[in-house]
Ligand binder design. Structure first.
Ligand code: GDP
Ligand code: MG
Length: 843
């Protein structure tokens, strides 16, 4: 029988994990090893994926993957809950929070630095620890080369400057996801930390300790924070953690990082260990008794001789002489760890020989064992953990259902799952866009006032124009979206921190999977409606590189809020009936989503063929989000947005401004000024006079635009966009929108009215102008069809520069950014061509 056949509520024991490669390894490492008990909790509303309980946590698997796991069903629960005698509890330690030294004193400058890396499973509380400990000192450090962010912060404590590095979460150190590979390189590389602080979720010891073992196996100095100790205490279980610490050679200190309790004892221990390490204190490392005693996991009669033999070969044929390091390499080789293989080949002359020795050893193993070496190794590690816990920990049988179980009965149920999910999404968008409008208006007004004030303070000239029209407008264009971004991220971080996001991914997985995406792709796509840049950055949480790339590449089709002003302008001008305008707007968003879906499927079948990485996702228990963590979250996103967008958009606005400002038409200007002067002195009625002046200004603006650099580019583009119904003026707007779509409307303002203002009066004037605009042959420049085609083009073509940079950076390959640019332009052209040509036939 396989796991997918397990009925909801039934329990089973795992017999064997089938499949191969990354899937199998990940599954094994997440605790799906022989003999472990598992229970089916729910099927997702669309019957896929399935929600299970294993070890002490919840996880979801796709049906297809679950089919590869062989199980033996257990009898119904009735046998298990033996009424346990109320046992004596292990004395709960007294926890104190950290008394931080203030770092402003001059004496702190001279303190020696200790580097401490925070490592742990996703969601075990690393960031909470980091934030509690480092207070306001943290800043974001982007380590070069990898698309992973590690945060660095510091505290002054006990006579040291402790540098804390908050690494991304990892279940194991096998190079399965880029994060895990990054962590391993970081911990073993040149810049390795002085000490590894392993954060352990005490409510889920078995799985968390797997990583601890791997850290020890690498020979790193490890100290552990037994976090979530508050939740752990509520269970009233007996746990002799000091003894476990001795067994593993890892000092363990209970903590509650959410509130900061226990951090004092933790950092006292960190200091004493790190100090000892730096001073070469023998008692810390003494082989038999020391606190950081090396750990040697016994791998059993089948593997152990092979490991020993290979260890000797490693010592003999490479520069690695240290027995612990050599053993660790031998084990990783037997696990077929690609990264270790590459490193051996690259760094050691006899690497190739060692690999073939490994292959021979594995070949020999096959003769005796029915299981692969990887599986034996994972089994042995979990076996070791079980053994250590047997001696130190007495779990209670938890028959009663937790709050998480009850909430999930609703949130993941077939009936209520989708309605709840949709309700939350609608609320999120509604609040973001409606509430966000108010601060947006204020900011817009403020920027207008600032521009006006600066304009009035400076004398006319290119410098003033640059400052007012180029810089202030450009930066303004960015800050205007800040309230919406902040609100959107406020919601997203609430959903994330409470644990609901994992359920959303669970519910959406099947639909997303059909598109070649991943359940976790859904959130970035939703965020894309706000701004594509942070959305691209948030694709990081998707483990599978293929799904992550596809998500990034189709994201720009999600209509970001910068495109909205264009729709509002054109729909308002050419679809005057309100319901028509609404329909037009709605259809644009839908078309964007459709194009994204089709593109994802296309990419999946053409460029990213092959099996993708399994959907194994942890469903953490629901927790109340803390104000502090949400605030930090939102603040960091806002900062990222301002930094990354601010620089690009500022540059873009200056470039667009420059290209539309030069060359100056001094002569023509003088002529126009002269004519205006004449008009003003003439006898004409004032209204008529003003009208003439306006039309003169307009003619001049058109002429100037035609001659400007951007105007010429627009004219060069005209033959290409002609079949879509566009003229060169629209070409100019399109070209300016390459930089940032925020710029499109103000460019249109410049072209059609001669003024770049975008207040209400100017917009009204602009839409009249566009309605009246005629081509050389007298036909109207804009018809509803052309306007629609143009809106479609703005929706689909070219993600803005900032998004491209984000795609390039996140995919670690500039060619993907380039691909996104070319692909979206081609799609936009084809779609608009079809719409315009077919529309003309129908008209
Ligand atoms: P990370 O993924 O390891 O960085 O974990 P986070 O710091 O983001 O924490 C994950 C969740 O656990 C958050 O909702 C925290 O509020 C919560 N959390 C962290 N530490 C504790 C703790 O000691 N007790 C409890 N009850 N919750 C905690
Ligand atoms: Mg974190």
């Amino acid at each position: 029988m396989n796991l997918a056949q397990l009925q909801t509520g039934q329990r089973a024991v795992i017999l064997r994990v089938g499949g191969s490669g990354a899937f199998r390894k990940r599954i094994l490492e997440m605790g799906f090893v022989q003999g472990k008990e598992i229970m089916a909790v729910h099927n997702a509303p669309l019957k896929d994926p399935i929600y299970y309980k294993i070890l002490d946590y919840n996880v979801s698997l796709r049906r297809k993957d679950a089919q590869r796991i062989e199980i033996r069903p257990l009898e119904a629960l009735s046998t298990s809950p033996t009424s346990e005698p109320e046992e004596e509890l292990f004395p709960a330690p007294e926890l104190h929070s950290l008394q931080r030294m203030d770092g402003r004193g001059s004496e702190t400058k001279k303190l020696p630095t200790l580097r401490v890396a925070l490592v742990g499973n996703p969601n075990c509380g690393k960031t909470s620890l980091f934030n509690q400990a480092s207070g306001a000192h943290e800043h974001v450090g982007n380590y070069s080369g990898v698309t992973v962010e590690a945060k660095v912060g510091h505290i002054y404590y006990g006579g040291y400057r402790l540098e804390l590095i908050d690494l991304p979460g990892a279940y194991s150190l096998s190079p399965y996801s880029p994060e895990e590979l990054y962590i391993r390189h970081y911990l073993t590389g040149e810049e390795r930390p002085d000490l590894v602080l392993n954060v352990i979720d005490a409510t889920n010891l078995e799985r968390n300790l797997y990583l601890t073992l791997q850290l020890k196996e690498l020979g790193l100095p490890v100290i552990a924070a037994l976090n979530m100790y508050d939740e752990f205490l509520q269970r009233r279980e007996w746990f002799d953690y000091p003894r476990l610490a001795t067994l593993l050679g890892v000092p363990m200190i209970p903590t509650i990082c959410r509130t900061g309790l226990g951090l004092e004892a933790l950092f006292d221990e960190v200091i004493s260990l790190a100090k000892g390490l730096k001073e070469g204190d023998e008692t810390l490392l003494a082989a038999e008794t020391g606190k950081l005693r090396p750990l040697r996991i016994p791998y059993g009669p089948l593997l152990e001789p092979i490991i020993e033999e290979l260890t000797e070969k490693v010592q003999e044929h490479s520069e690695i002489k240290d027995p612990i390091a050599a053993r660790s390499i031998a084990i990783r080789l037997l696990e077929r760890d690609k990264d270790t293989e590459q490193e051996l080949l690259a760094r050691h002359a006899r690497g190739g020989f060692l690999l073939s020795a490994r292959d021979y050893a594995l070949h020999k193993l096959q003769e005796h064992a029915s299981e692969e070496a990887e599986e034996l190794i994972t089994d042995a590690r979990y076996g070791f953990i079980s053994g250590a816990l047997k001696e130190t920990y007495r779990p209670k049988h938890r028959g009663e259902r937790t709050l998480t179980d009850r909430l999930d009965d609703l949130a993941t149920s077939r009936l209520w799952g989708f309605p709840i999910f949709l309700g939350l999404m609608i609320t999120m968008f509604f609040v973001t866009f409606s509430l966000g409008q108010y601060p947006m208006d204020w900011i817009e007004e403020g920027i207008g006032l600032l521009g006006g004030w600066i304009g009035s303070q400076m004398s006319a000239g290119p410098l003033r124009d640059l400052l007012v029209d180029g810089i202030i407008k450009g930066v303004g264009g960015v800050t205007v979206f800040l309230p919406q971004i902040v609100l959107l991220y406020l919601f997203i971080s609430l959903l994330e921190d409470s644990g609901y996001m994992a359920r959303a991914a669970f519910i959406m997985d099947r639909l997303m999977h059909r598109m070649g995406l991943h359940g976790k792709s859904f959130i970035p796509l939703v965020m894309g409606f706000g701004c594509n840049v942070p959305a691209v950055m948030s694709t990081r949480m998707i483990e599978s590189r293929k799904s992550r790339l596809i998500t990034m590449l189709v994201l720009p089709f999600m209509s970001c809020s910068a495109r909205l002003p264009v729709y509002i302008l054109l729909a308002g001008a050419f679809f005057p009936v309100p319901w028509q305008a609404t329909l037009v707007l709605f259809s644009l968003y839908v078309i964007g989503v459709l194009v994204a879906v089709l593109s994802a499927r296309l990419l999946k079948t053409v460029a990213f063929k092959g099996e993708d990485i399994p959907f194994v996702m942890e469903l953490p228990p629901y927790r109340r989000p803390t104000l502090r963590s949400v605030a930090i979250h939102v603040w960091m996103r806002a900062q990222q947005y301002l930094q990354k967008m601010g620089t690009v958009i500022l540059a873009a606005s200056v470039i667009v401004w420059f290209m539309s400002y030069y060359p100056r038409q001094e002569q023509a200007r003088q002529q126009v000024d002269h004519q205006i002067e004449q008009l003003e002195q003439s006898e004409l009625a004032p209204e008529l006079r003003q009208e003439r002046i306006d039309s003169l200004e307009h003619a001049f603006a058109t002429f100037h635009q035609e001659q400007s650099i951007i105007g010429r580019i627009g004219q060069v583009c005209e033959p290409v966009i002609r079949p879509l119904g566009f003229d060169w003026k629209m070409g100019v707007s399109i070209v300016s929108g390459l930089m940032a779509k925020e710029v499109v409307v103000s460019t249109m303002g410049v072209i059609y009215t001669g003024v770049g203002e975008d207040d209400d009066a100017a917009i009204a004037q602009l839409s009249t102008r566009m309605q009246q605009e005629r081509r050389a042959d007298g036909s109207p420049s804009f018809t509803p069809l052309i306007a629609y085609s143009f809106m479609l083009f703005i929706l689909l073509y070219f993600p803005c520069i900032a998004t491209l940079i984000a795609i390039g950076r996140e995919s670690d390959d500039w060619r993907w950014g380039l691909f996104a640019a070319v692909y979206s332009c081609v799609v936009a052209w084809l779609v608009c061509f079809a719409v315009y040509q077919v529309g003309q036939l129908l008209a």
